[in-house]
Design a protein around this ligand. Structure first.
Ligand SMILES: [Zn+2]
Ligand SMILES: [Zn+2]
Length: 264
């Protein structure tokens, strides 16, 4: 096993992703309940008590609501930017220990190299991640209003990618959300649409890409069929035929993905 990941929960009601090498097991975000994360981890190769660390992408409650509980119960160090730390909801409570990282600066957790990068989102100091083990790279990038040049550059060369496909623009605009919220979601500091996600995928495709998991789908402004339809042409083209596509879900864990260090 080189690098394995599994999306435990994905969407506006909570997010958590398990990432592990043979020696190191981390959770990226803990945005549902501690009980739910613990139960979902029981269905993976890594029970919660074997986790080594928790990484937080930003302080929004759908990413941190169980951070305090999980950190205290399993004595987990928590890694985040200073801006995330300063904006954590008071309900988070004490954390077992905190390590502040800086976007643009790589750090190690066990035998995983973490490369955090800045994203454009309405939070204190949000981050996406490249998580690397012996040359195999997983990109995790949700909660971004726009795919900046920096994001495009960072996501080059990933073998696997958990990428936001939050909304279908037409469904969002016709939907029930108030105008200000529609504007926020569509803005450069909001969330990535299906079309924007597919455009970004085309820009970062390479021959060693193995797995894409679309994540953070809105239950109100999107539908799995719309996501798949948006990238239908792309999925049907020959250079993408060996790439496996999955959809992150709010109520179910995805199947595990084991990334290989070389092509396919
Ligand atoms: Zn979110
Ligand atoms: Zn957010």
């Amino acid at each position: 096993m080189s690098l394995l990941f599994q999306v435990l929960a994905s969407g506006s009601k909570g997010n958590a992703i398990l990432v592990c090498s043979p020696k190191t097991r981390i959770l990226v975000d803990a945005g549902t309940t501690g009980k739910q994360i613990t139960q979902r981890l029981e269905r993976t190769p890594v029970p919660a008590k074997r986790l080594d660390a928790l990484l937080l992408s930003h302080e929004h409650v759908d990413h941190v609501s169980a951070a305090g509980v999980i950190s205290r119960k399993f004595n987990l160090p928590v890694y985040m930017t200073r801006g995330t730390l300063q904006n954590l909801p008071p309900s988070t409570g004490e954390l077992s220990s905190v390590t502040v990282f800086t976007t643009g600066r790589c750090f190690e957790v066990g035998d995983l190299s973490i490369h955090p990068f800045a994203t454009s989102h309405d939070a204190g100091e949000p981050a996406g991640f490249i998580i690397e083990h012996e040359g195999t790279r997983l990109g995790i990038c949700t909660d971004l209003g726009i795919a900046t040049n920096l994001v495009r550059a960072r996501l080059q060369g990933c073998h696997g990618l958990v990428l936001e496909a939050n909304h279908d623009v037409a469904k969002l605009m016709e939907g029930p959300y108030p105008w200000f919220l529609k504007q926020r979601i569509k803005s450069k500091h909001g969330h990535l649409s299906n079309e924007e996600a597919c455009t970004l995928l085309e820009a970062v495709h390479h021959d060693c890409m193995q797995s894409i998991v679309f994540a953070h789908l809105s239950e109100t402004n999107n539908h799995p069929d719309l996501v798949l339809e948006s990238c239908r042409k792309l999925r049907q083209s020959p250079e993408w035929e060996c790439v496996r596509f999955d959809l992150g879900k709010q109520d179910e864990i995805t199947r595990p993905v084991e990334l290989q260090p070389t092509a396919r």
